[in-house]
Design a protein around this ligand. Structure first.
Ligand SMILES: NC(=O)c1ccc[n+]([C@@H]2O[C@H](COP(=O)([O-])OP(=O)(O)OC[C@H]3O[C@@H](n4cnc5c(N)ncnc54)[C@H](OP(=O)(O)O)[C@@H]3O)[C@@H](O)[C@H]2O)c1
Length: 290
């Protein structure tokens, strides 16, 4: 393979190119892939702007990775309501560019998608084959990205995740901790879902590749269910923070983008219970002095 990796059981999948490597997921995913002995090619907008099809094709055809894990995205859910064109350019057209080059260069494509492809009016956990019906522009453009992957690639994994948090990004846990000294902190209790640590998602992605799971759609999120209020409450308990947390309804806390009320996905046992993962995250953030 010419990359210095010899005779390991996954030597047939030795090189992985990651898009959005400077993002919250990318910064956890890349070292995890490296420690599993893959050669990782890190790209973000400076190295490979996914909205530029020629740039994408040039990088992928030169690097010839075995796998592309496509994490780059427009992730500001509320801003996407007023700026659908930019969201679509990055999430739909950008993903189409990556999908076309993966197909042309015979790479496996892993596309990170979202629970927001679902309407959230279900009563049991969404399965990968369930009907999608995004409620907001972010979810719509990520779904359009999924459609491009399904259209152009044969060898693909669509990995839908939800309520993502990680040490390298702005996320719900850090926002809550930063607001903990407010006299009162109201958090939505009528939207439920599955919090997912970026490290757990990275492990799930690795599992798809190492176990050579059949190509298709997977839900990679924490096991179990909670509300945003329950998520915040547990984060405070695990951190030993005494905050004046109060549950509230979605109506009391209007946001530009609609969110699914029931955002629970069936992860088929791929990840641990969300509370166990959160405990490890809180320990880690304390260890690194956050
Ligand atoms: N965060 C969540 O709660 C959540 C939930 C479900 C699914 N997801 C999905 O999980 C994936 C990772 O999310 P994340 O939270 O790690 O996102 P993130 O922190 O926003 O990282 C995305 C990265 O992509 C880069 N990027 C943006 N436009 C690009 C372009 N044109 N070309 C190349 N790179 C570009 C961003 O750079 P800039 O920062 O410079 O723009 C950033 O480094 C995304 O696909 C997201 O849709 C996230």
């Amino acid at each position: 393979m010419g990359n210095g990796i010899s005779a390991s059981h996954h030597s047939c999948l030795a090189t992985i190119l990651v898009t959005g490597s400077n993002g919250m997921l990318g910064q956890d995913l890349c070292p995890i892939l490296e420690s599993a002995n893959y050669t990782v090619i890190k790209t973000d907008v400076a190295e490979m702007d996914i909205t530029n099809g020629e740039s994408v094709e040039s990088v992928i055809s030169t690097e010839k990775p075995d796998v592309v894990v496509h994490c780059a995205a427009y992730t500001n859910v509320d801003k996407a309501e007023e700026d659908i064109e930019t969201a679509r350019l990055i999430n739909a057209i950008g993903t189409e560019n990556v999908a076309k080059s993966c197909a042309k260069n015979n790479c496996i494509m892993v596309y990170i998608s979202t629970d927001y492809v679902f309407a959230g009016n279900g009563i049991e956990p969404y399965k990968p084959t369930d009907k999608t019906a995004p409620l907001n522009n972010y979810g719509l453009t990520k779904w359009e990205g999924e459609e491009a992957v399904r259209k152009y690639c044969e060898k693909y994994y669509i990995a839908r995740t939800s309520w993502l948090y990680g040490i390298y990004g702005k996320n719900f846990v850090e926002t809550m901790i930063s607001l903990a000294d407010k006299p009162e902190l109201k958090v939505v209790d009528d939207q439920i879902g599955c919090p997912t640590w970026t490290v757990e998602l990275s492990g799930g992605i690795l599992k798809l590749l190492e176990e050579k799971k059949p190509y298709g759609i997977y839900h990679i999120c924490g096991s179990g269910v909670t509300s945003w209020y329950g998520f915040a409450k547990t984060a405070f308990e695990l951190s030993g923070i005494d905050a004046n947390l109060k549950p509230c309804t979605t109506d009391e806390f209007p946001r530009p983008a609609k969110r699914p009320a029931y955002s629970v996905m069936d992860n088929d046992g791929i990840c641990r219970d969300w509370k166990d993962a959160l405990k490890d995250y809180i320990n880690l953030r304390q260890k690194v002095g956050k």
